[in-house]
Structures are given as C-alpha cells and as structure tokens.
Write a new protein. Sequence first.
Length: 498
Amino acid sequence: MVPVAAIGRCQSSLSIVIISVLSVCLLATQAEGAVAVSLAPEENIQSRVDANPPGTTFIFQPGIYRMQSITPKSGDVFDGQGVAVLNGSKVLSRFIRNGDKWVVADQTQHGQVHTGAHCMRTYPRCNQPEDLYIDNLPMLRVDTLSAVKPGTWYFDYPAAKIYLGDDPRGHMVETSVIPGAISGNANNVTVRNFIVEKYATPLQVAAIGTDTGSGWVITNNTVRLNHGVGVGISRASQVRRNRLLQNGQEGYAGGRAGGFVFDDNEVGGNNYAGVDPEWEAGGGKVTVTNGGGVIRNNCVHDNGGPGIWLDEQGNGVVVERNVVWNNSASGIMYEISYNGIIRNNLVADNGAAKTSWFWGSQILVSSSDGVRVYGNTVDVPSNYGNAITIVSQGRPPYTPAANNAIYKNTVTIRGVDWGRLAAVTDVDGDLVEVARQNRIHHNIYHLETPTHNYWNWQGRDRTLTGMMSIGQETGSTADANLPTKPALNCNFLSSTRR
C-alpha cells in the first residue's frame, strides 16, 4: 500500500496534472498488491467505494464530511487519520422570528420512527431520529408547538418547519438528517481514527457497525451525538480504544455477536434522548452471544440506564477489569443469560434512578444461570443503590436463577438504608430453590453498621451471622472500617492518554 505521505505528495501536484499523477499513484499501489485511495471532504464517498474493489484502503484527508453515508465492501479500510469528521447533519440558516420562537422552513427529512420504543415521560419524542444541536449541544425535543421554550425545539413535519425556543443568531445550528455513517453486510471492515457525529440513527441502530457482517474492527474513534446507538458490536468484531460519548440512546449495542471483543473504550453520558432504560438505553447492551465475548478495560460512567448490559441468551461472556460508575441503573447487568464471568471490576455509585426492591445494583444477575461474580471492588453510597443481587423472575425458560456464585469480592456499603445483598424471586414457588441453588462466600465487607440486615436470603432479611447460620457467606468477614472512596475516572484508558 502506498504510504499516506506518498499520497499526500501526489495530491500536492499542480491541478492541471493531478489526474495523471494520481493515476501513477494508483498504479504503484496496485503493483504492491493493495489499493489506497485518498479522499477529500467535497467528494461523494460512496461513489469512490463503489468504483474500487473489495479490500481498498480509503484515506480521509482533514475536514468535515457532511451528510455522507457509506456502505463498504468486505475488507475495506476507512482511516480518518484523526483529522476527519463524519457528520450526519446539515447546518440550518435563514431563520425567521415568529413571536417568541424562531422558525426555519423546507425541512423535509423524516427518518425511521421506532414505534415500539418507550420514552421517558419528559422526552415524548425520543423515538423520532432527528435531533437539533446548538453549538454542539442537543436540544430537548417537545411534542407540541406551544411547548417550545428556550432549550427546546419542535419539528412540524406536515408543514416542513422546525421551531426553536432560542435565538439562533451567532450560533451554529444543525439538525441530523442521515441515518448512518458506515454500515452494511460486508465482513472484515476496519473503521479507525474518525469523529462520527450527529447522525439521525433510529433507535437500536448504530452510526458505525453491522448487524449481519462479521469481523469488523472499530478503533480509535470518537462517536458522539448520534440519536440511536454509537457503535454496533457484531460477530467476531473488535471494538477498541473508542470514545462513545453522549449518544441519544446508548453508546454500543449488538446482537448475534459471539466472539466479540469490546476493550479499552470510554462509554459516557449516553441516553440524552430520554429513552426508557427498562426498554433499552444506557451505556449499551449486547444480546445472543453464543461463542462468548469479552468486555474488558472499559470506563463506563454517567449513562442514563445500565452501564454494561448482557441480555437474552448471552452465553459465556467475560466482563472484567472495567471501571463502572454513576450509571442511573445497575452498573453491570447479566440478564436472561448463561455462564458469565464478572470479575475484577471496580463498580461504584450506580443505581440512583432505580431504587425499588433489589434493582439498581452495582452488579445484578437477573434470571440467569451459571454466572460467577468474583474479585470485584463494589462501593455503594449512603443514599441509594444496592450491592450485588441475584433476581429471579417468571421469564421462561431461564428461571429460576440458579447455579450462580458470588465470592472473593470486596464490598463497601456506606449507609444502612441501601446496599442490599440478595438472592430473591418474584415467583413464590421458586423462593427456596433460588436461595439454595446460589452461593455467596468468602467476601470482605466494610459496612457502616456491620450488624445490620444488609442481606436478604430465603425471603428474610439477615445479618452476616444469620447468613452463616443457613450455610451462606462461609469464610466472609465484616468490619466498620470504611475505606477512602476509590478514584473514579478514565485515566487508565489509552483513548484518554492520546
């Protein structure tokens, strides 16, 4: 492949000979057995992809590539060199003042609406994919013109008009239009070194990634401000060293994703669109992982929903060495799945918005079988959240939750009203079975009040002594020595350092 520097030298030729010089470059590249194509922001990227064979490397020169959508061929490589921005929005101008609002006409875009989505009460239009940004901040979308006020906007589809509650003069105003950046059915595609932002991705659809292809490598990107999902995880994919920040629904998602690796990523501030996390929102969710997968060394924080979520036939996934904090629901959640390993994670301050019963845990095993939870450092604040819980529900064929083990964890609980440890069920007939077929032992507890009933097992609140009397928590200890709060940051990531 011709080095990027050589491509740059070819591009610097006089315009009257640029075509012939680029032809020489292309011939030289092909002679080395690969194709490298240099791209500029004003080009139609898809036409260049269509004109080249599978396995082509596309080098993006600096700039904003606005309203481009790319369907790759197998083996293609897309390299933004850290200087290219894929932007799915258009800039809005020619606003007219209309009373206390500003309006712009001729807005005919209308993307895919997810009719089955559940929105939180104060976000009534979360299922509509178009967003509006003022100076890179997403504005709250309202569902009636009369509700428009500063910080909000309204899309009148029949009239093809957008209304703002803020004076747009002197500001960059953009609205997302294009439904995705790089996606399709190809295999072994590489996407690296881009900023990918402001795509009108429908809910449960990613700005980068594939549902049906395999072997994608997505690395060193910043993926932000896309309405649905930032990055898609697929079969045998590798998602490494990315920053998945402030996407509308969640930072990542995947299905049928066996053999994947999700490593060294920052996942933060997702779900600005206000999707109900009980439907699906937060840091991200992966389902149907026969063949296993690995989620390791990630920093997952401040998401509106669970931080790390495995669901629906996740099989053999390892979740290890992550730092997971301040997510509004559970920190790590393994649901309706099998044979997981959750180990050596730092999990703290999660669950502020999900405080009923035994939800909102730092680590939650929900209606799953054969999950091992060990070596984790768990820290529960004084005013919300639970510690480590097993919850079994009437969700066949995966209930009752059984054969799970919680051991060799260090758990700090800083209050007495929160921080429960439990194996519970909402199916009365499963109560004894759930309690007996799950084990908790050899843990270290630092507790505000060591004699408090932090545990619930066999339908009863219990102390540590009470747990030992029924054969649980063998080898465990508890004291009142609350340690200093652990450092909660992303400084360990390579993406933070670069």
